[in-house]
Design a protein around this ligand. Sequence first.
Ligand code: NAP
Length: 279
Amino acid sequence: MIRAFVVGHPIAHSRSPLIHGHWLAAFGIDGRYERIDVAPSAFPAFLRDLREQGLAGGNVTIPHKEAAFALVDVLTPRAARIGAVNTLFFSEDGRLTGDNTDAPGFIAHLDQSLGRDWPSRGDGSAVVLGAGGAARAIVVGLLERGIARVAVANRTPERALGLVALDPARVRAIAWDELPAALAPAGLLVNTTSLGMAGHPPLVLDVAALGSEAAVADIVYAPLETPLLAAARARGLDAVDGLGMLLHQAVPGFARWFGRTPSVTPALRERILADLAPS
Ligand code: NAP
C-alpha cells in the first residue's frame, strides 16, 4: 500500500485527506493519505525518517512550510523562487524533494474558471492584496503565466517590497490609497489577505474602481462567497472563489505519490463544500 500524508501543527482542520481520499477511491488505488500532527521541534526528525516510516511523500502546511524549504535535499525551481515547500516527494535517485504547488494550483483554477486568455484582460496587469506566503506563491504563478505587471498592496509595506524583488521590472509595491488608480486598468484583482475570512475583519474595498473586463479572485474559501466576490458579482464581474486553488494544488502531489493524474471535478468540489458547510 502506498502511503502519503499532510503534516502540520495543528492538523485536524485539514481537508486534504478528503480530497486525496476521493481520488484514491475514484481510481481504486490501494493507498492511504493521513493527517500527521508534528510539533516544530520534532519536524526535522520526522523528515529524516520518512522512508523508514513507509511514506512516499506528502503535503506540508502551517507552520512547517519554511522549515521544509530549509531541510529537503533538493528544491524544484518554483519552490526555490517562492521560498516555501508544500509538497514532498522522493526523486528517482531517492533524494527528498520539495515543491510548491500553490502557484500552479491558483493558476489552474483561473484557467478553468476564466478560460486561458485571462492574462490579456484589461491592460494585462494584476493587483494583489496581501504579501504573505500565499501572495508570494500567487505572484510567482502570475509572472510565470505571463501577466504583464503586478501591483502589490499590503498593510505592512516592507513585506510588499519583498515581492517586488521577485521581478523588479514587473512587480511594484503600492500604498492602499493608490488602489483605485491601480484597479482602473487592471484585468485581475486577487485578495490573498485573510480579510473577509470567517472570524477575521472584513475587506473594505470598492470594486467600482475596476474596469468592466476585470475578474476578481479571492483565495479565502470560508466563507466561499466572500463579501468581495459578492460585490464583484453584483457589478457583473467574473468572480473566482478560493476553493479551486485548494483542490488544484493537490493534483501534482497525488500524481507523484500514487502515479495517476486526477481531475478537479464538480463531484469533488461538492464533497468538500459539504464538509465546509456549518453543521
Ligand atoms: P500569511 O502569510 O499570514 O499572510 C497574511 C496576509 O494577510 C498578509 O498580507 C497580512 O498583512 C494580511 N492581513 C492579515 N490581517 C490583516 C488585517 N487585519 N488588515 C490588513 N491585512 C491583514 O497567510 P497566508 O498563508 O498568505 O494566507 C492568507 C490567506 O489565504 C488565509 O486566509 C488562508 O486561509 C488563505 N489561503 C488559501 C489557500 C487556498 O488554497 N485557497 C491557500 C493558502 C492560503 P501583513 O503582512 O501586514 O501582516
